[in-house]
Design a protein around this ligand. Sequence first.
Ligand code: ADP
Ligand code: MG
Length: 262
Amino acid sequence: MKKAKASSTKGLPPALQLKNISKSYGHHQVLKDISLNVKIGEVMSIIGPSGSGKTTLIRTINTLETLNSGEIILFGENYVTDRETIKNKVVREGMLRIGMVFQSFNLFPHKTILENIMLAPQYHRISEEDVCHQRALYLLDRVGLLAHADKYPHQMSGGQQQRVAIARTLALSPDIILFDEPTSALDPEMVAEVLGVIQDLAQEGMSLIIVTHEMDFALSVSDRVVMMEHGVIQVDSSPDDIKNNNIQTESYQRLREFMGIA
Ligand code: ADP
Ligand code: MG
């Protein structure tokens, strides 16, 4: 896919480096020594069966979960390690560079759409109120919802609410956005409008990690498709190698079966 930023990121460190990440809940090891790099402007889809550790993986990246071992490096700088017990300044600053969009949109029900988008920038004192306001309007326009600025979440469809949730994430100007099954809670007719917004971000050169069950979307929008199973990365591939059946290993066969293209 053509990327706006592709040429200007040469020689820069990856947006994100996961090094030997492990995570257990009690005796259950959910992430097993995972290592993964995401380049600046790269779009990575993560697929895999339920319970394979996809959500846990992206929650560790966003420091919603602690690590048992391993480290995470953000734009070449140390970000999170297993030794991190309190959220220090480095972690807090890193968190602001990483946006997250959940399956359930998590909008504040008693705030308007516009207020939902302005809340975090105001809390973090990113800019003056009128600048936050202007930017929120701009972002709403970008996701095609400017006319709905003064509505409340319950007055919007699921697809619209998820587009608001994306605008809200953009309001903090993240350098990376993590999506955890952003369309799984939507009625089928609303999936395309949300995928369209994500595709726009991909084309603009944003670094994205997208956990998804939308296989056609994953193959068309991604630079890489990663399949997780039982807490490990089974396959890390270009979409072309999957589509053209270039590689004949057992794991690729499993991935193609899982994607329904075997
Ligand atoms: P996925 O997103 O791929 O469906 P998850 O990362 O949600 O997988 O879960 C991976 C495994 O970790 C599952 O077996 C799940 O039951 C377990 N798990 C997830 N969160 C917790 C938690 N907070 N406490 C205990 N077990 C958990
Ligand atoms: Mg999940």
